[in-house]
Design a protein around this ligand. Sequence first.
Ligand code: GLV
Length: 328
Amino acid sequence: MDESLQAVSDDRPLVVIARVLLDSGLALLSERCEVRSGGLHATRAQILSLVRGAAAIVSDASVSVDAELLASCGPQLQIVANFAVGYDNVDLGACAGAGVLVTNTPGVLSSATAELAVALTLAAARGIFDAAADLRAGRWRHWDPSAYAGPQVAGSVLGVVGMGRIGTEYARMMKGLAVRQILYASRSAKPEVERELQASQVELAELMSAADIVSLHTPATAETHQLIDAQMLSLMKPSAILINTSRGSVLDELALAAALSEGRIWGAGLDVFEREPSVPDELLSAPRAVLLPHIGSATARARNEMAVLVARNVLSVLDGGEALTPVC
Ligand code: GLV
């Protein structure tokens, strides 16, 4: 537990940061609230004990906000402010039942996350990590015209699964990399995106079989759990790549590892995993898989803006006002 953030109890509302919040958000909260933080390595038991008496909790994707945690807080809890746009770690039903508002951080991380999806797309298509590792290991002996010859992004068909804020920003960036056609699968049609990017809405199965690059941007819900399963993966072209910067649970990771190992798809770029921080051995050993430790929103600008938005949501609700970015 981070002792430096433990304030002496006073009559200001108590805000508990389950793990950590950046200084940009902490400074705003500390002006008007007592703030306690569990620290990066807080265990579940420490978090459960720390939240007692909290009026607000700041959580992140690694903190499960469920009925047990809400009960540990007590009835004075007003808001759970999640430091993430995704909120699959929060039991919305339990929060609604306890009369607790839930907020997230949409918008401010869209460019950062879309940029990382572009970086993964280029890295997976062009074998950048394998090539760089070969050079460092002294395996670069001759210039070989067939080595690392993967798919080309320019001129390819892009498939975006989930055309929300991040999916749209990614498609916009990829248009700048000269993809030939943009297909998308989404719950609702996006006429503005269709006009701006000449994108076409198709069924998921059609997207999986037509696209050279498939990028996942759908939230993790009961409906999207393992949406990309062995059957969907079997529709992909052997030359295609799969990118995931959304949540690990939307993909059957073992089916993907098998598809890579058996050469049924070309490559993959993953920033998220179903049981973070654990990554299945099958994926670690799969060929042409670029794997990153959930850094989609990790630009200084996005992370600071997320921290400020978290703090503004908390302060607004504790002041009796509206949440700025309520989840529902
Ligand atoms: C990060 O994964 C987020 O949902 O913001």
